[in-house]
Design a protein around this ligand. Structure first.
Ligand code: MV4
Length: 448
């Protein structure tokens, strides 16, 4: 087992990783920017190294400084968390070259899954269902026209270097195709330096349901069932739950098998997620693979009583996994608490937290690095806490969430708490009747 892990991240996920490492008897090294000197991950790690100024590219994305920090502290592994360097093939490679175990995917896997068209073709070959569309990249506008005619409108153009919705255009009829083609390519070239595009049939009101998987170094891969992430706004998830209210045991088994097949197709080792789009007839299609631990991993941990970070560290150290899939025995919901002003188009609201009263009680988990007196820097992601409730049934988990949100007091900054309070009373949310379109029709203005 590792003796010392450096955590190349900040915020709640750095703290989350430190907690499990300490439970496992592993020493921890925090790295921090000058903006995060007072952060809890710095306080609770065994050692801490400053890696640069506030700007991410000079600190949490600064590969030479992070590798130097690992070398001077003698860390034998690096956990990248999510975001930052977690899906950076170059960083994964540099860690390996320095004899430091990267707790994440290999450079090859990151590269293959980071290219969305290549990832899709890999999955299609492996027998994982994919959305009808172009075979690989589109050659030119004439090619795009021909394929759209074949699969019929509406279609969607996607940037192969994209993901998270950037470089994407929905096209409803042929006369709009050329404009969409030109603007999507321009956007992709500017954002990613890669204007490669592919096309798919547009699925109109899908659900976003993902399957958690874990693989070991000996070729074994199992799944840990699903998370429904359909409640999102502008590709930012706000609420996740498991089990999905749309799931059946038959669909879970089929999607679980497909996810395991997908992971095996790339010899996957570690924690990963296969994202699927699910249409109203419960057809499901591969969308993307995330080669990292995800923000929403705690809901899976709660419903199957399984520490994903612990198991992720174990498989990285060469420990084999048990050969069985895991199924939810409880219901869990996560609300992302962001320092954002919901009345002002979710504008970031950094600043000093004056009052912080955390909810508690049975079935309530709060993953956060925030506290009274903490100043949220303006340089990073605005998520400051994840409130998770777990209960026997969905109704009870919602009731607990409503109660926990009622107790939760954060003063000094604006947060998404009022939005979540309103959502917990929404009839469609309560009946489980929602798709990725749900928040497009949500009335944010009437929130108090
Ligand atoms: C789609 C789609 C409909 N049809 N592909 C959005 C981000 C990127 N990962 C893929 N996305 C979508 N791809 C086809 N063929 C709808 C979306 C989509 C979406 C997917 C998941 C969660 C939220 C979403 C919001 C808007 C669009």
């Amino acid at each position: 087992m590792f003796k010392k892990i450096l955590i190349a991240n900040r915020g709640e996920i750095a703290l989350r990783i430190i907690r499990t490492a300490h439970e496992m008897g592993i020493k921890t090294v925090a790295v921090y920017s000058t903006a995060d000197k007072e952060s809890l991950h710095v306080r609770f790690a065994d050692e801490a190294v400053c890696i640069g100024p506030p700007t991410s590219r000079d600190s949490y994305l600064n590969i030479p400084n992070i590798i130097s920090a690992a070398e001077i502290t003698n860390a034998d592994a690096i956990h990248p968390g999510y975001g930052f360097l977690s899906e950076n093939a170059k960083f994964s490679k540099i860690c390996a070259d320095h004899g430091i175990k990267f707790i994440g995917a290999t450079p090859e896997q990151i590269e293959k899954m980071g290219d969305k068209s290549m990832a899709k073709e890999t999955m299609k070959l492996a027998g994982v269902p994919t959305i009808p569309g172009s075979e690989g990249l589109l050659d030119n506008i004439a090619d795009a026209k021909k394929i759209a005619k074949k699969i019929k409108y509406p279609v969607i153009l996607k940037a192969t270097a994209g993901g998270g919705g950037r470089g994407m255009r929905i096209v409803w009829k042929e006369e709009d195709l050329e404009t969409a083609w030109d603007s999507a390519r321009q956007e992709a070239a500017a954002a990613f330096g890669n204007d490669g595009m592919y096309m798919e049939k547009y699925i109109e009101e899908p659900r976003h349901i993902e399957i958690q998987i874990i693989g070991d170094q000996y070729g074994k891969v199992v799944h840990l069932s699903e998370r429904d992430c359909s409640i999102q706004r502008r590709h930012q998830k706000l609420v996740e739950e498991t089990p999905s209210p749309f799931m059946t045991q038959e669909l879970r088994d089929e999607m679980g098998d497909a996810a395991v097949k997908a992971a095996k197709a790339v010899n996957y080792e570690g924690c990963g997620t296969i994202e699927f789009l699910v249409d109203k007839h419960r057809n499901f299609y591969f969308m993307e693979m995330n080669t990292r631990i995800q923000v929403e991993h705690p809901i899976t941990e709660e419903v199957i009583d399984y520490d994903l970070i612990r198991e992720q560290i174990k498989v990285a150290a060469g420990v084999p996994i048990s050969g069985k899939n895991y199924y939810p025995e409880m219901h869990a919901i996560e609300c992302r608490i962001n320092a954002e002003d919901i009345k002002n188009n979710f504008r970031p609201s950094p600043g000093t937290i004056t009052t912080f009263h955390a909810p508690g009680g049975h079935g309530v988990r709060l993953d956060t690095h925030a506290y009274a007196g903490y100043t949220i820097p303006p340089n990073y992601d605005s998520m400051i806490a994840k409130l998770i409730t777990v209960a026997q049934t969905r109704e009870e988990a919602i009731a607990k969430m409503r109660r926990a949100l009622h107790e939760f007091v954060i003063d000094g900054i604006k947060t998404t708490i009022p939005f979540h309070r309103k959502l917990m009373d929404d009839p469609d949310f309560n009946s489980g009747n929602y798709t990725t379109k749900f928040l497009e029709g949500f009335d944010f203005s009437s929130i108090e």
